[in-house]
Each structure stands twice: as structure tokens, then as C-alpha cells.
Design a protein around this ligand. Structure first.
Ligand SMILES: Cc1cc2nc3c(=O)[nH]c(=O)nc-3n(C[C@H](O)[C@H](O)[C@H](O)COP(=O)(O)O)c2cc1C
Length: 490
């Protein structure tokens, strides 16, 4: 069943041989990041690291720090208590199969109903471990501040220390709908941070509604707890599909929600830390630079400011962190799990879709490989346009479509098909679409061109006027016989 704290997940990683404990003091200023970067770049994502004695400006932190906890296929499955991420995809497929939806909107709403029926709805509780210790910044009572958390400075030219795995809870002031998103936070001082929700994200949309009303926006930032929360926060769920419901479904246990101490929001009762506070309408402050998941520093830009009103935490809390930078990094495994989990939803909308992946080199949106069962001319283009119109897939910079017999998880095979099967002019298309805010290449931020390649075999009607050649392949019988012979000869 579900993890009851982040520490329990870290212990589970330890038992599975997936954790390295580091008992020497290690500086939160670059050194933990350098250590983690080496680990993330080692084969299959290396191990999770638990720094038992992180140093903050030469002082030992009272909280240990864990990093790279989801940075491999196995650890990502362990995080969600699964043998394989595909098991979760299958469960989603079963919900959708109950009454096959006719379009994507219906698909998402069916998923929502299914999640409700599966008792994934949250429960409301009066007390939670996340409030075992409460610091309200009362001048009379000593309190911990952001200066006491082992928050990392990740890269040399970063604008400061950044909270890198924050689960940010907000609420739509009109509909009351909750949202949980992951948006990094730059520490400005002991009680103030940046709030890096990009313009296309739900947190930013909620923010705009508060600004229009001229109302202060309550925001709660949770750190740790069941890693299902962190996964749900990063998952590109459509606006309106409640991440807390989704997290309850993943962990097969309703999320218990407790009221915050100083703001009108609820948070999962079992997380490790809660940073309670607010965003003031109209207030913005330069954020960055930050060594980002693009592999480049993102420039300084104005973002909203988050003011803390309290820090609460459980006893024995473990601070969660990640590091982003030149791929592959931990976030690749988180993103890849999202794609695999939601593949059934994509397939439902595009019945010809066989498989899809976003390779690490493309840092999520830059590169998408799609395998299809092609039956009619220009079907590859139909898939591209469909994906470009679907939620955060709108950011996809390059989409390469191949036939179903090509393994999209084998980049070399996809590149072989791309090079062999395309006439660049005939088989490509360039469109305009919103771009990822972090993409530095477009001339203007947030908008740009996107390119699709049809690397499938060409059908009659696709402007290829010669017979399509056959792919060189061995017979199955020869393969079987050589398998047997090789077994015999050892
Ligand atoms: C490690 C990590 C850090 C992220 N940082 C940010 C960020 O700073 N700003 C942002 O807008 N999205 C960031 N994202 C992506 C969002 O979490 C993701 O797009 C999510 O689906 C947004 O949720 P929303 O659609 O509810 O807004 C990050 C993702 C990961 C895995």
C-alpha cells in the first residue's frame, strides 16, 4: 500500500539496494549537486543518495536530504509501489475499457469518474504528521526558517538556492477546484521565495484569477510524503482533473487532507514539510538564472513572490531534492513514467497509435517518437497535428512518426528510419504553436515553429511514385535455429 512518509520510501529504497547513505558532511552549496550529477549520469541512473549531514553555510542541517530517489526505471516503479509502471497504465486502460469514450474530453471525464468510483477521493482529517512541529514566525518563539532547510544551490551561476521538488497546492477562487503542480522556488530570504509557475500552467491561471479579483492568493507548498504526490504534481493532467484524486488512485488509498495552520487550504496530512503562505496580486520579482532541465541557464525573468506565514513539519522529516541539467537526469524517469501511464489515454484518442516516447536527449518537449499502424495516406501528419493540439504536447518541437515495427525506445532505430524513409521536403511539415517557456531557441519566448517528420513507409497517394522496398530481415526459422545452436555451443 501507500508510503506514509518520504522517510519510509527512502528506507524502502535502502532495502531494495537502491540507496547510498552518505554520512560525511556535504555542502548544499554545489557539492551535493556535483555528487548527484555524477550519480544521475551513471548507467541506469545510479542510486538514490541520502545525505545524512548536509551543510548550510558551514552549519549541519537538522534534516537529512535525499536526491535521485526516482532517477531510474526501477526506483520510479518503487516510488509508486509497482512492479512496473506499465501495471498502472493497464489499470487506466481497464477504466477506459469499461465504456470506450468517443473522444478525448469524454475519455478524461470517464477517467475522473473511474477514479471516483475507485475510492480515490480524499478524506478530511483534523490532525496530520505534517504538523507535528509548527513554526509560525512568532517573534517570541524560536522558529526554523528557510535558512534551516538544506536547500541546494545547484549550479555555479544560479541566482541562489532553489527548492527543486516542491508540490505547490493552489485553488481556483471561482470554481474552488484544487491544483497540485511542481514549480521551482528560488529562496530570496528566510521567509520569501520566487514562484516559477510558467504562463501555461494551472498555478499561473489560478494566480491570474486572484490578481483580477485583487485578492491575496493562499499557496501551500508540500515537500516529501508519499512520492505519488510528487509524481501527480508533475504529471500533465488536464486542467480540472484533480491531482489529489489521481494520487489516491495511484497509491490505492485515499489521500488524507488536513487544514493548514495559517491559510485556507488543505494539504496531504502525511507530507514531511509544509510551507504555508501567499502570493500578493501584482507583486513580481526577478527570478533566476537557474541551470535548467534544458541543459542551459534560464535567464532572469519576473515571477510572482511567495511569502511564508508558517513552516510545519513532521518529526524526523527528510528533505527531498532533485537536480536538473544536461540530460539524462532524474526528471527524465519521472517524465517517461507519465508518458507510459497516460499512453492508454493517447491511444484512445488515436487508435492507430502503437507506442510513444520522449527520449532523454529532447528534455521532454523537444523530441517525440511515435509509432503508428498506418492505414491511409497522411495518417502520420494527422497524428502530429493531434498531438500538437493536446495539452502540454503542444510544446513538442520535433515529432518523428515511424511504423509500428520500429521500436520507438531505440533511438538508433528511429534515426535509421528517419534517414532512410524520408524525402525531407515531402515528408516534413512546419507549424506554429506555443513553445515551452524555457526553450531559448525561438526568437520570441513562448511561441515558435515545430516540425514533424513522417518516417513511415509511403502508401499510394503519398506522392511517392515507385515501389516501396522491403526491409532487410532474417527469417524467423533461421533465428530460431541459430538461437538453439548458440545455446548448445554455450
Ligand atoms: C523537477 C521538475 C521541475 C519542474 N519545474 C517547473 C517549474 O519551475 N515551472 C513550471 O511551470 N513547470 C515545472 N515543471 C513542470 C510541471 O510540473 C508540469 O508541467 C506539471 O504538469 C504542471 O502542472 P499543472 O499543469 O497543474 O500546472 C517541473 C517538472 C519537474 C519534473
Amino acid at each position: 500500500m501507500a508510503y506514509s512518509s518520504f522517510g519510509q520510501f527512502v528506507d524502502a529504497l535502502d532495502s531494495a539496494g537502491e540507496l547510498q547513505r552518505i554520512s560525511v558532511p556535504a555542502d548544499t552549496n554545489l557539492l551535493i549537486a556535483e555528487w548527484a550529477n555524477r550519480e544521475m549520469k551513471s548507467p541506469q541512473g545510479g542510486k538514490a543518495l541520502l545525505f545524512e549531514r548536509p551543510l548550510i553555510d558551514g552549519r549541519e542541517s537538522q534534516f537529512p536530504l535525499a536526491i535521485n530517489t526516482m532517477g531510474s526505471t526501477r526506483r520510479m516503479a518503487l516510488a509508486l509501489k509497482l512492479n512496473s509502471i506499465d501495471d498502472l497504465a493497464q489499470e487506466i486502460q481497464l477504466i477506459l475499457k469499461a465504456k470506450p469514450p468517443t473522444d478525448l474530453r469524454e475519455g478524461w471525464s470517464l477517467l475522473k469518474q473511474g477514479l471516483n468510483l475507485l475510492h480515490a477521493r480524499p478524506k478530511h482529517v483534523r490532525e496530520g504528521a505534517c504538523q507535528e512541529v509548527v513554526h509560525r514566525f512568532d517573534p517570541e518563539a524560536p522558529a526554523i526558517t528557510l535558512n534551516d532547510l538544506p536547500i541546494l544551490k545547484c549550479w555555479p551561476n544560479d541566482g541562489g538556492r532553489f527548492i527543486t521538488l516542491p508540490n505547490v497546492h493552489t485553488r481556483d477562487p471561482e470554481s474552488g477546484e484544487r491544483n497540485l503542480g511542481m514549480y521551482r522556488m528560488q529562496v530570496y530570504d528566510e521567509r520569501t521565495t520566487g514562484m516559477h509557475w510558467q504562463v501555461h500552467k494551472v498555478g499561473a491561471r489560478h494566480g491570474r484569477s486572484y490578481y483580477e479579483r485583487g485578492e491575496r492568493m493562499p499557496v501551500a507548498v508540500c515537500l516529501g510524503g508519499d512520492p505519488a504526490y510528487t509524481f501527480a504534481a508533475t504529471a500533465p493532467l488536464p486542467d480540472g482533473l484533480d491531482e489529489i484524486l489521481f494520487a489516491g488512485f495511484i497509491r490505492k488509498k485515499s489521500v488524507e487532507l488536513v487544514k493548514c495552520q495559517t491559510i485556507d487550504l488543505e494539504v496531504p496530512a502525511d507530507v514531511d514539510f509544509v510551507l504555508e503562505g501567499y502570493v500578493q496580486p501584482g507583486e513580481a520579482r526577478p527570478e533566476g538564472p537557474f541551470g535548467d532541465h534544458t541543459g542551459f541557464y534560464t535567464a532572469i525573468e519576473d515571477y510572482p513572490v511567495f511569502h511564508l506565514t508558517a513552516i510545519t513539519h513532521r518529526r524526523g522529516a527528510v528533505y527531498p531534492a532533485t537536480l536538473v541539467g544536461i540530460p539524462p537526469m532524474e526528471d527524465y524517469y519521472i517524465g517517461d513514467a507519465s508518458v507510459r501511464v497516460f499512453l492508454p489515454v493517447f491511444k484512445m484518442n488515436f487508435p492507430e497509435l502503437v507506442d510513444m516516447t520522449l527520449p532523454a536527449e529532447g528534455v521532454f518537449h523537444n523530441l517525440v517518437f511515435v509509432g503508428i499502424r498506418k492505414q491511409y495516406p497522411y495518417q502520420a501528419f494527422k497524428i502530429m497535428h493531434g498531438l500538437w493540439g493536446m495539452g502540454q504536447m503542444m510544446f513538442s518541437k520535433y515529432i518523428i512518426v515511424v511504423d509500428e515495427d520500429c521500436d520507438v525506445h531505440n533511438t538508433s532505430e528511429v534515426l535509421f528510419r528517419l534517414c532512410a524513409n524520408t524525402d525531407p521536403e515531402r515528408d516534413s511539415t512546419i507549424i506554429r504553436n506555443p513553445s515551452d517557456s524555457l526553450d531559448h531557441a525561438p526568437s520570441t519566448q513562448n511561441i515558435g515553429s515545430h516540425m514533424g517528420f513522417d518516417a513511415t513507409r509511403k502508401l499510394p497517394g503519398e506522392n511517392h511514385h515507385r515501389p516501396w522496398p522491403e526491409l532487410v530481415k532474417m527469417t524467423e526459422e533461421a533465428q530460431r535455429l541459430v538461437d538453439a545452436l548458440q545455446k548448445k555451443t554455450g
